[in-house]
Design a binder for this molecule. Structure first.
Ligand SMILES: Cc1ncc(COP(=O)(O)O)c(C=O)c1O
Length: 395
């Protein structure tokens, strides 16, 4: 006779709010099962293929038996050298391939691991709201507390560092900052980055700068690396991702660069739970860093064209919104008095058009929703037609 033994998951998992994109997936599944033909502008998953030279490099690498064993924890030295050269070429910053780079299984993993590497139960980390979920979740998983700072339109979606209470600043261990920003599409001027580095020095806070959208920019705008700011390496690490730049979201590869001691701690944390990034992905990533830039430019031109089209379309439907210069997102207000989750769900049910509710990015962001520009032009056109037909407008 077998006895059913039921082991409850830990409090960490059971008390974490449900991961918003997992919930969105459930909604989508229900709608698809009802026969609703969805146009998914919800998740930020690039719709274009990875450039062919990168795919070819991966195929070649797969044929080499030396890539079939465990990879080196830090990442191959050839990969780290390619990263260092790319950081110099693209951002004009010096990164030591020996001590200042850790390769990652995507930036997301590294953002969770830095929180776990530095946060003791009860520690405070600072995260602006709205935020990419893992920026807070890594701290919560480590039983730390998150102090959220609202990102407001009147401040160009930059956090007002002076509004952070003195006792929070004194106790804070890490501040997570992401520009170009998901979901608001805001960008950070040099003066803000200077203020941020000075703030982290003053309060001895680790600056975790998320530059996952560093190459997703248009109209001549180029984001800065945090290491363009003098002295940033004393306090900061910076995250990069292949997902959006090279349409490699499914390949799971990224890297973090910066302060050698902080990089070592992330490395130490990771050695406990993974074996580093698959060697084949690393060879593909080397090819990506050396690929003709016209491939990246074509992706960005695509997003810029879609942005023009959707900004104009939303304006015709009554929304007020500024033109963006980075990311593949538009951040829009839900009609007055609506709850973002309920509104997005009802839009999906009525039209099949999927948006992400602002609430997915934090409690301060409930008045908004995010539209991702990750569908071909015809689909975007159809999405606007469906919204118009269903009478969905901003007030
Ligand atoms: C702000 C931000 N940081 C990091 C990531 C994660 O990137 P990766 O795919 O390299 O894990 C994302 C993904 O959407 C993101 O939006």
């Amino acid at each position: 006779m077998s006895t059913k033994v039921r082991i409850k998951p830990s409090d960490k998992i059971t008390t974490l709010p449900k991961y918003a994109f997992a919930e969105l997936d459930e909604w989508k599944e229900i709608e698809r099962a009802r026969g609703n033909d969805l146009i998914d502008l919800g998740i930020g998953n690039p719709d274009c293929p990875t450039p062919q030279p990168i795919v070819d490099a991966a195929i070649q690498s797969l044929q080499k038996p030396e890539n079939h064993g465990y990879p080196c924890f830090k990442g191959k030295i050839e990969f780290r050298r390619a990263i260092s050269k790319w950081m110099k070429d693209r951002y004009n910053v010096d990164i030591d391939p020996e001590t200042e780079i850790q390769t990652l299984v995507g930036a997301k993993e590294g953002l969770a691991n830095i929180a776990m590497a530095f946060t003791n139960p009860g520690d405070i980390n600072i995260v602006p709201d709205p935020y990419y979920p893992v920026l807070s979740r890594g701290t919560w998983i480590s039983s730390g507390e998150v102090h959220h700072v609202p990102l407001l339109k009147e401040n160009n979606y930059l956090p007002d560092l002076k509004s952070i209470p003195e006792d929070v600043a004194q106790r804070a261990k890490i501040i997570f900052i992401n520009y170009p920003n998901n979901p608001t599409a805001a960008v950070a001027p040099r003066e803000f980055l200077e203020e941020l580095v000075a703030y982290c020095k003053k309060y001895n806070i680790l600056l975790c700068y998320d530059l996952a959208y560093g190459e997703v920019c248009f109209d001549g705008y180029r984001p800065l690396s945090i290491f363009s700011i003098e002295g940033a390496k004393d306090v900061a690490v910076e995250y990069h991702s292949f997902s959006k730049t090279f349409n490699m979201a499914g390949w799971r590869i990224g890297f973090v660069v910066g302060n050698a001691e902080y990089i070592q701690a992330i490395h130490d944390m990771k050695t406990n739970t993974d074996y580093g990034t698959c060697s084949i992905m690393q060879d593909a990533a080397i090819a990506a860093l050396n690929v003709d830039y016209s491939y990246v430019q074509a992706t960005m031109d695509n997003y810029a064209r879609r942005r023009d089209f959707m900004v104009e379309g939303f304006r015709k439907l009554g929304w007020e919104l500024d033109n963006t210069t980075a990311t593949m997102y538009l951040w829009l207000k839900v009609p007055a008095g609506c709850d973002s989750k309920a509104w997005c769900k009802s839009v999906m049910e009525k039209t099949g058009v999927v948006f992400t509710p602002g609430k997915a990015f934090g409690d301060y962001s409930d008045g908004y929703f995010r539209a991702s520009l990750v569908q071909p032009d015809e689909k975007l056109k159809e999405a606007l037609i469906r919204l118009e037909k269903a009478g969905i407008r901003y007030n």
